[in-house]
Structures are given as structure tokens and as C-alpha cells.
Design a protein around this ligand. Structure first.
Ligand SMILES: *Cc1c(COP(=O)(O)O)cnc(C)c1O
Length: 408
């Protein structure tokens, strides 16, 4: 691949809350994007798994186009003809994977879904469990990423995400990720929920020990505490299953979904879970102008249709196994320090002591960019790979060839 000259994105008018790689994309299709110079890149980030089905998946684009010509927004002041079908189909897909009779509450972004789950858990705690008003606690994990709202950053352990945004919302207890005994020890009579990512994506695809989620599930059940799985990034096929929780045979009480639910076209999120919990959010207690809008429902329905075939999940398993074998080879060759992988999702730590090799995740991303591959670093040394689940075998091999070259 040729080295490309990129003009810097105008830094004066755009708030500096991102530090993007120097590439300006104009078009995308499947696993590929094209920049302003006509150079093509394989997309190994998939917009943090919002593009699980690739860029402009034909079935998703067709659903969006058809809906654009019919009805785009009603607000929840009125029902529209796709709201119940979307909720029903999503409940059919995800309901069997959560505890109890399922209910669906549609929102837009992942952070809103998490906020919705927090509100539902607190209100359930007061109305049903009998926690004294204003005392509810929620147990969360070190290294979590649940979004960017003031309440959510209040319980982040990442100083960049949290510092400077206080005063912080109280009511959260943070324990080490992967330590079920610590979760259980943090639970008391005020605890309404344990909120966890089954795999910590933003932290660098951190996978907990196999006994962690089952032990947390058991502790929650014993103490009548809700297990809330944040599957905004891990859910909807990425791990080779519809929910990552399935990998450990665990059924959460509530699950938050987002990112891929919008098919890479519109923001769509939802909380799916126990009807006796979400049922506490009666009219007037919670809402969203855009949540469950017709365009979102049309795209969300088409996403559920794709996942219902089981093909994206199977593809993630098959491609993931191949990716894992190749990445293990790079570790064995001393080109990477460590690899964590589940499904078609991997966190790679660079080997900074290797002469000539990239020292940081950012440096590796820049080298990959020059070789026609897009990926994103996280937490200094780590690179996260989340290729579209629709990628071909040849595209994946080409991407890993280019990664190998960038590491050399
Ligand atoms: C991305 C993400 C969120 C936040 O989603 P937004 O749509 O950016 O608000 C929440 N939880 C997890 C696990 C995520 O990866």
C-alpha cells in the first residue's frame, strides 16, 4: 500500500474530544471504506461493533429506504405500526436468553439504555424489593465502560473519562472485574443490581474467568439482586452468540443492547429483560422523543431478521477461530505480547521491547493505516479488532497479512 498524505481535519471549529487517525472517509461498502484520495481500507473496527453487518448491508439499507418513503417519526405520544413488531421480534430473539418473561424498552444510544437499566433497577428496588428511598446501591466493575453521561462516568475507573465531571452520582460500588467473591461481598440489603459487561470491550476485550458470570448470577439470585448485562458492544453476534452471556450459560435479568442494533444506519438501543422489572417504568416516569421511532424500528427489525438466521453468529465463530489461530502465531513469533479473543473480537497488546516493532497501540494503528487497514488503539498498548461479521475469509487473511507487515 502507498503512504498517503492526509490533510488534518479542521481543528478550530470541531470540539477536540476525539483524536482520529488521519483519514477522511467518503464511502463504505461491506468490509471496505474509501477515503478522499480514493484509497481503500479494510475496516477492522466496525465503528466499535455498530457495523457488525458491514457498511451498507443491502437488507438493512433497503429497510431504511423503504421506511424513509413511508414514516420516520411519530414520538411515543402515538403508536406506529412497527413499534410492536420490533419489540415482539426483539423479545423473541433475546427473551429466551434473559430471566423471566421478557419486555422491551427502546431507546437510542447505548448510554441511554444503560441509564434506563439503572433507573429501572433503582425503581424496582424501591417499589418491589423495599429498599429505603434514596439508598439503592449498584455494584459495578473496575475497568468498566458503560457510556459518557454524568451518572455513568461517576462510577468509571478511568481518570480521563471521570475527572473534572463531578459532582458525581452516588450509589455505586466498584469491585475488581472477574472477582465474583468481591461482587458478593459488595452486595448488601441496599443493593438493587450488579451491572457488568460480560466481556469488557473498551478495556481491550478483557474476558473474565469462566466461573465469574455463573458465580455472579448465583450471588444475585441468592440476594434478590438484578444482574444487568451491558451487551451494547458484546451483544448481537460479535462473540459468536446472540448474547455474550450465552457463552457461560448465564441469563441476566436485564440486558442493554445498542450499537449493532442500529445496523450502522441509525442509533437504536434497547433494554430487554424481566417484565416485572421494566414494568415499574410507568407512563411519565421515563421516556425518549426518538426511542422506538419508525425508522429505528424498521432497521432494528431487519437486524433482528439477520440475527434470527444464526448466520452472523456462526460466521463470527468460524472467522474468529481462524483469526485466533493467526494471532496466536504472531504471539508465538514474538510480534505481539498477548492476545485475548472471543468470537470475532480480539484485543492485542503490542510487544514494546521488540526492536523495530510498534511501541504503542496508536503507532501500530498508524502503520496499519499506511497499509490500508483501519483499527483503533485503547489504553496505550492495546489494539482492538472487531471486523464486520460479514467479512470474507480472503478479506480477513488480507487484513492479518497487513497487520503482520505492520508489526514487522
Ligand atoms: C459503546 C458502549 C456504550 C455506550 O454506547 P453509546 O451509543 O456510545 O452511548 C455502553 N456500554 C458499552 C459496553 C459500550 O461498548
Amino acid at each position: 500500500m502507498t503512504a498517503v498524505q492526509h490533510e488534518p481535519v479542521t481543528a478550530t471549529v470541531l470540539a477536540p474530544n476525539y483524536h482520529p487517525l488521519p483519514v477522511t472517509i467518503t464511502e463504505g461498502l461491506g468490509s471496505w471504506v474509501t477515503d478522499t484520495h480514493g484509497h481503500r481500507y479494510l475496516d477492522l473496527l466496525s465503528a466499535y461493533s455498530a457495523l457488525n453487518f458491514g457498511h451498507r448491508h443491502p437488507a438493512l439499507v433497503a429497510a431504511a429506504h423503504a421506511q424513509l418513503d413511508r414514516l420516520t417519526l411519530t414520538s411515543r405520544a402515538f403508536d406506529h405500526d412497527l413499534l410492536l413488531p420490533f419489540a415482539s421480534r426483539l423479545a423473541e430473539l433475546v427473551g429466551p436468553l434473559v430471566a423471566g418473561e421478557p419486555m422491551v424498552l427502546p431507546m437510542n444510544t447505548g448510554a441511554e439504555a444503560v441509564e434506563t437499566a439503572i433507573k429501572a433497577a433503582r425503581k424496582w428496588g424501591y417499589d418491589v424489593k423495599g429498599v429505603p428511598d434514596g439508598r439503592a446501591t449498584i455494584v459495578v466493575a473496575d475497568g468498566n465502560f458503560h457510556g459518557r453521561t454524568t451518572t455513568i462516568v461517576s462510577f468509571s475507573s478511568d481518570p480521563d473519562a471521570r475527572t473534572g465531571f463531578g459532582p458525581y452520582t452516588p450509589g455505586f460500588r466498584r469491585v475488581p472485574y472477574g472477582d465474583a467473591a468481591a461482587v458478593e461481598a459488595a452486595i448488601d440489603e441496599t443493593t438493587v443490581a450488579v451491572l457488568l459487561e460480560p466481556v469488557q470491550g473498551e478495556q481491550g476485550v478483557v474476558i473474565p474467568p469462566d466461573d465469574f458470570l455463573p458465580a455472579v448470577r448465583a450471588a444475585c439470585t441468592r440476594a434478590d439482586v438484578l444482574l444487568v448485562a451491558d451487551e451494547v458492544q458484546s451483544g448481537l453476534g460479535r462473540t459468536g452468540t446472540t448474547l455474550a452471556c450465552e457463552l457461560w450459560g448465564v441469563r441476566p435479568d436485564l440486558v442493554t443492547l445498542g450499537k449493532a442494533l442500529g445496523g450502522g444506519i441509525v442509533p437504536v438501543s434497547a433494554v430487554v429483560g424481566r417484565a416485572d422489572v421494566l414494568g415499574v417504568l410507568t407512563a411519565g416516569t421515563h421516556g425518549s422523543t426518538f426511542g422506538g421511532n419508525p425508522l429505528a424500528c424498521a432497521v432494528g427489525l431487519a437486524v433482528v431478521d439477520l440475527l434470527d438466521t444464526g448466520e452472523p453468529q456462526a460466521r463470527a465463530r468460524a472467522l474468529g477461530a481462524h483469526l485466533g489461530a493467526r494471532l496466536d502465531g504472531l504471539v508465538a513469533a514474538g510480534m505481539l505480547r498477548t492476545v485475548r479473543r472471543v468470537g470475532l473480537w480480539a484485543g492485542l497488546d503490542v510487544e514494546p521491547t521488540r526492536s523495530g516493532g510498534p511501541r504503542t497501540g496508536r503507532e501500530l494503528c498508524e502503520r496499519m493505516l499506511a497499509r490500508g487497514v483501519l483499527a483503533k488503539d485503547t489504553h496505550g498498548r492495546t489494539l482492538r479488532l472487531a471486523p464486520p461479521l460479514t467479512m470474507t475469509d480472503e478479506e480477513l487473511d488480507l487484513a492479518v497479512d497487513r497487520l503482520t507487515d505492520a508489526l514487522a
